[in-house]
Design a protein around this ligand. Structure first.
Ligand SMILES: *[C@@H]1O[C@H](CO)[C@@H](O)[C@H](O)[C@H]1NC(C)=O
Ligand SMILES: *[C@@H]1O[C@H](CO)[C@@H](O)[C@H](O)[C@H]1NC(C)=O
Ligand SMILES: *[C@@H]1O[C@H](CO)[C@@H](O)[C@H](O)[C@H]1NC(C)=O
Length: 372
C-alpha cells in the first residue's frame, strides 16, 4: 500500500517535472493547503509557507512558482514541508505569524518565523529554505570543505576558535541573520594560508577574493558588522537591493546606465565604478558599496529627481542625501577624487529634502525574524 502510494507520487513527480510549466493540478499536490489546524500541528516540522490573499495579483503570480517549489522540495527529499495559507480566511493565525502584506513567505522553525524578502523565483526561495532550515553554524572540518564553500558562496562568515563569549555573540547574530547569509565555524588550520590572524577567536568574512576580520573596537557590535559586510563590494543594483542597503548606513556609489546601450559612455562608467570597487577595496570597503543600475526609473522615483542616463550618483544611506557630479568623469582616479571630495564635504548635496526610502517599504514585515 505504502509502496503503491510512493510509486504513484513518484510518477506524478516525474510527470510534473516534465510538464512543469503547464501547472497541472497534479503538481499542486506537493503544496499543502493549510487551515486552522496548522497552528497546533506545525511544531514537529519545519514549514515554508506562502500566506496569500485570493484577490492579490502578486500572489497569483507566485502560485505556479510555489507549486514548483513544493515539487522540487519533495523530489530532493527535503525535510521542509511546503504549504500555503489563505491569510484572509485564517487572519488571526496569519497575524500571529506576523503577516502584514501579501504574499508573505515565511519559514517556520520552532519558535522562530523567518521572513523571506528576496526575489520570488524558485531557485532563490529554495536556497533560502535550505539555508534557514539547516544548521545555524555549519562546521568546516577540512580545507577541501572550505574550498568547496568558497566556490559556492560569494559571501560567507567563519568563526575560528573554541568556545568563547565571541562565539555566543556569533551564534546570536547567526540566529537572526541566517535569512541573509551563511555562517560557518572552523579551526585555524582549515582556512587558507594567506589568512593571517592577529588573535583568536576571530570572525571573518570571505568575499570579493579576499577576507576581512571583525575588529570589536573598530567595527562595533558583531551583528551590525555582519549586516554591513553581508554584501559583495560590487553589485548589480535594483530597488530591492538598494532598500536592503539602506540598513547598512553606507555610502552607495552607482553608475546609472542603460544596459542595452553599447555606446562607450555607458560601459565606461560601469567599468570605472568596478575598477574603483576593486582597486580601492581596502580603502573604501568599510564605508562604501559600489554597483550599477539598469535604467533610471527606480532611482528617479527614489530621489524624486530626473537623472540623465548614463550618470554616477552617490547616496548616503545614513541621512538620505545624494551627490551628483556636475561634469563628465574621466577615469577611476577622477572617481576617487570625487569620492574624496564628498568625504571632505566639498561637494554640495544635490537634494533639498531626504530621499524617501520608506516609501518603498511595502506592507511587508520589516523584521527579518519574529520570535513567536
Ligand atoms: C485542515 O487541514 C487538515 C490537515 O491538512 C485536514 O486534515 C483537515 O481536514 C482540514 N480541515 C478543514 C476544515 O478543511
Ligand atoms: C546611447 O547612449 C548615448 C549616450 O548617452 C546616447 O546619445 C544614445 O542616443 C543612446 N542610444 C540609444 C539607442 O539609446
Ligand atoms: C552621511 O550621513 C551621516 C549621518 O548624517 C553623516 O554623519 C556623514 O557625514 C554623511 N556622509 C557624507 C559623506 O556626507
Amino acid at each position: 500500500m505504502a509502496n503503491a502510494v510512493g510509486r504513484r507520487s513518484w510518477a506524478a513527480l516525474r510527470l510534473c517535472a516534465a510538464v512543469i510549466l503547464l501547472d497541472l493540478a497534479v503538481c499542486k499536490g506537493f503544496v499543502e493547503d493549510l487551515n486552522e489546524s496548522f497552528k497546533d500541528n506545525r511544531k514537529d516540522d519545519i514549514w515554508l509557507v506562502d500566506f496569500y490573499a485570493p484577490w492579490c495579483g502578486h500572489c497569483k503570480k507566485l502560485e505556479p512558482i510555489w507549486n514548483e517549489v513544493g515539487l522540487e522540495m519533495k523530489s530532493i527529499g527535503s525535510p521542509v514541508k511546503v504549504g500555503k495559507m489563505d491569510a484572509t480566511s485564517y487572519s488571526s493565525i496569519a497575524s500571529e505569524f506576523g503577516v502584514r502584506g501579501y504574499p508573505t513567505i515565511k519559514l517556520l522553525k520552532g519558535d522562530l518565523a523567518y521572513n523571506y524578502r528576496g526575489p520570488r523565483t524558485k531557485d532563490d526561495i529554495i536556497e533560502f529554505a535550505h539555508r534557514v532550515s539547516g544548521a545555524l553554524i555549519r562546521p568546516l572540518p577540512s580545507q577541501q570543505m572550505f574550498d568547496h564553500v568558497r566556490k559556492r558562496h560569494r559571501v560567507f562568515f567563519v568563526y575560528i576558535g573554541g568556545e568563547s563569549p565571541l562565539k555566543e555573540k556569533y551564534i546570536d547574530a547567526a540566529s537572526e541573520l541566517i535569512v541573509y547569509t551563511y555562517f560557518f565555524s572552523a579551526s585555524e588550520d582549515v582556512v587558507p594560508e594567506y589568512v593571517t590572524l592577529k588573535e583568536m577567536p576571530a570572525v571573518l568574512v570571505f568575499k570579493d577574493d579576499t577576507y576581512f576580520v571583525y575588529d570589536e573596537y573598530e567595527d562595533g557590535d558583531l551583528s551590525s558588522w555582519i549586516s554591513r559586510e553581508r554584501f559583495q563590494n560590487y553589485l548589480t543594483m535594483d530597488g530591492f537591493l538598494l532598500y536592503e542597503l539602506g540598513d547598512t548606513g553606507k555610502l552607495v556609489a552607482i553608475a546609472v546606465i542603460d544596459e542595452k546601450n553599447t555606446s562607450l559612455e555607458h560601459t565606461r562608467l560601469k567599468s570605472i565604478i568596478q575598477e574603483v570597487a576593486r582597486d580601492f577595496r581596502d580603502h573604501f570597503h568599510r564605508d562604501f558599496q559600489f554597483g550599477h543600475m539598469d535604467g533610471n526609473d527606480y532611482i528617479n522615483t527614489l530621489l524624486m529627481d530626473e537623472l540623465t542616463v548614463p550618470t554616477i550618483v552617490v547616496l548616503n544611506t545614513s541621512n538620505q542625501q545624494y551627490f551628483l557630479l556636475d561634469r563628465h568623469i574621466k577615469d577611476a582616479s577622477d572617481m576617487v577624487q570625487f569620492i574624496n571630495s564628498i568625504l571632505d564635504g566639498t561637494v554640495p548635496v544635490s537634494n533639498s529634502g531626504p530621499f524617501q526610502r520608506d516609501k518603498w517599504e511595502k506592507a511587508e514585515e520589516k523584521l527579518a525574524v519574529l520570535y513567536l
